[in-house]
Write a protein that binds this ligand. Structure first.
Ligand code: AMP
Ligand code: ZN
Ligand code: FE
Ligand code: FE
Length: 279
């Protein structure tokens, strides 16, 4: 039995609806799936219903954009109570940051004589948590860039002229936010961050796990984080980080996390709940 615990849908910058994600996950034979859209849990209800209908176990999730010591980190939250007030309030706050950032990026593009309207980007994104990939798609759609990658290289990558920094949650706050919503906090794709030195502080702050298996981790990188997880007594997770068809072939099915790790997540969560109840 296998799981994919890192998936995006149209509720952030993926191109599939939650139902399409589940249909593809079902085809790949997954026993469990999580939806981890950026800074939102909006798609979780539909994903849960679709998983239920397909006989797949669903784990609520979100990928929070955070930072620690000037490094951007993505913190995955699993088993979140998606009705938790503090979680929803914070997510709304960061969704507004994202929407304002889209307006700023479009204004920069306009200054560069690239005619684009923020309304076009919002219409295309059609979600509360829009991001740079939506701007990239709008640029391609309007014929200003040949493809998604060119849009990033030319305009949207950090340091390029339409790049706008984003106000972020501190990673320590992200971990607390996830915990108070009943969830487990996992550092996403550590191999892409080159910030291993920050991990001990995050562990002290209550980090529960490391995403050891990820599309962009080589076997060597995966092995390194598996060893680190064992040494630091952290849980192990993994997923494809599928964004649908935005960047070529959908990635769902390419990373298969052994279900034994899902069992361990559930065990840790039950222990956490027991500790909380004891207080
Ligand atoms: P945002 O959250 O708005 O900063 O957008 C981040 C998303 O943009 C990531 O999840 C990636 O999918 C995508 N992305 C970031 N950098 C690049 C890049 N250099 N080329 C293509 N896509 C990128
Ligand atoms: Zn994304
Ligand atoms: Fe990420
Ligand atoms: Fe992701």
């Amino acid at each position: 039995m296998f799981a994919d615990l890192h998936l995006h849908s149209r509720f952030s910058d993926g191109t599939f609806s939650p139902e399409e994600v589940v249909a593809r996950g079902h085809k790949s034979g997954f026993a469990a799936l999580s939806l981890t859209d950026h800074d939102t849990v909006e798609g979780c209800a539909r994903m849960a219903a679709a998983c239920d209908a397909a006989g797949i176990e669903f784990i609520t999730g979100s990928e929070l954009t955070a930072e620690y010591k000037d490094t951007e980190l993505h913190i995955l939250g699993y088993f979140l109570d998606v009705t938790n007030t503090m979680l929803l309030t914070e997510l709304t706050r960061f969704q507004i940051v994202r929407q304002n950032r889209i307006r700023e990026m479009v204004a920069r593009l306009n200054e560069l004589h690239v005619p684009l309207d923020a309304a076009e980007v919002f219409a295309l994104a059609d979600c509360r948590s829009p991001g740079r990939p939506h701007v990239a798609r709008a640029l391609v759609q309007a014929g200003h860039c040949a493809n998604h990658d060119e849009a990033f290289q030319q305009f949207l990558k950090q340091g390029r002229p339409a790049w706008v920094p984003k106000a972020k949650l501190s990673a320590l706050e992200a971990i607390q936010l996830i915990h108070q919503a009943g969830g487990l906090a996992v550092m996403a794709h550590p191999g892409l961050n080159r910030a291993d030195g920050l991990i001990p502080d995050l562990v002290d702050a209550g980090l529960d796990g490391l995403e050891c298996f990820h599309t962009k981790h080589s076997n060597g990188v995966t092995r390194r984080y598996l060893e680190m997880a064992e040494k630091l007594k952290l849980l192990v997770t993994g997923g494809s980080d599928c964004h649908g068809k935005s960047k070529g072939k959908p990635l769902i099915g390419t990373v298969k996390l052994d279900y034994v790790h899902v069992e361990k997540l559930k065990q840790r969560r039950a222990e956490g709940a027991a500790t909380t109840n004891a207080h």
